[in-house]
Design a protein around this ligand. Structure first.
Ligand code: 5GP
Ligand code: MG
Length: 179
């Protein structure tokens, strides 16, 4: 048995080991590479902070030339979504006529994603694809189709592999679930 870890006041148990994450990230990236092989100058847009680890692994498995950029749109505090979504910051590329692939660490209610898709749509991209490592289907209330999912998970709070609990846990190679 693996030992549980403690971050601040809370205990977490390992639920998605790095070896499985690696396999799922590779599979996703291969599928996307096949689907989008003929796109002209696609742009990967990674949503900070949580997606930085996933993005680094994911784009190294992409098999066509591509640009990678980072944006921020924070909406989360502690273990519960606040429902408040801030503005999109950090987008410097012109996305008009381009295929944009949003890279998310996790899609929960979909509020963040919906806001991002709405904002990006106004900039007239050719299309917007969505790739997320983790997806909570029971929590999702969005309308956007999530095109690529690494793993669907129950409606529980998780940390690790870029995801934090009040700032801690992003550095963990494995993913953990709140006990
Ligand atoms: P949504 O807007 O889809 O409800 O939530 C999106 C954001 O909330 C994610 O990008 C992530 O930052 C955060 N989030 C949602 N679920 C979890 C979770 O289980 N653990 C952590 N650490 N963050 C989460
Ligand atoms: Mg995120």
């Amino acid at each position: 048995m693996m030992k549980n870890i403690k971050l601040w006041d809370k205990e977490f148990r390992i639920s998605y080991p790095s070896s499985e994450i690696k396999k799922d990230v590779e599979t996703m990236a291969q599928t996307l590479s096949r689907d989008l092989a003929d796109e002209n100058n696609p742009l990967f847009l990674s949503v900070l902070n949580g997606s930085f680890v996933f993005t680094a692994d994911f784009v190294r498995n992409i098999e066509f030339p591509c640009e990678v950029s980072f944006v921020k749109l924070a909406s989360y505090q502690g273990t519960e979504t606040t429902g408040t979504v801030n503005q999109l910051i950090g987008l410097t590329e012109n996305i008009e006529g381009r295929t944009v692939i949003i890279l998310e660490d996790i899609v929960d209610t979909g509020i963040t994603l919906g806001k991002l898709v709405e904002t990006l749509s106004r900039l007239k991209p050719k299309s917007i694809k969505i790739a997320t490592l983790l997806f909570k289907p029971d929590s999702y209330k969005g309308t956007a189709k999530v095109d690529y999912v690494g793993r669907s998970i129950p409606n529980e709070f998780i940390v690790g592999y870029g995801l934090d609990y009040d700032g801690l846990g992003r550095n963990l190679p494995d993913i953990y679930t709140l006990v």
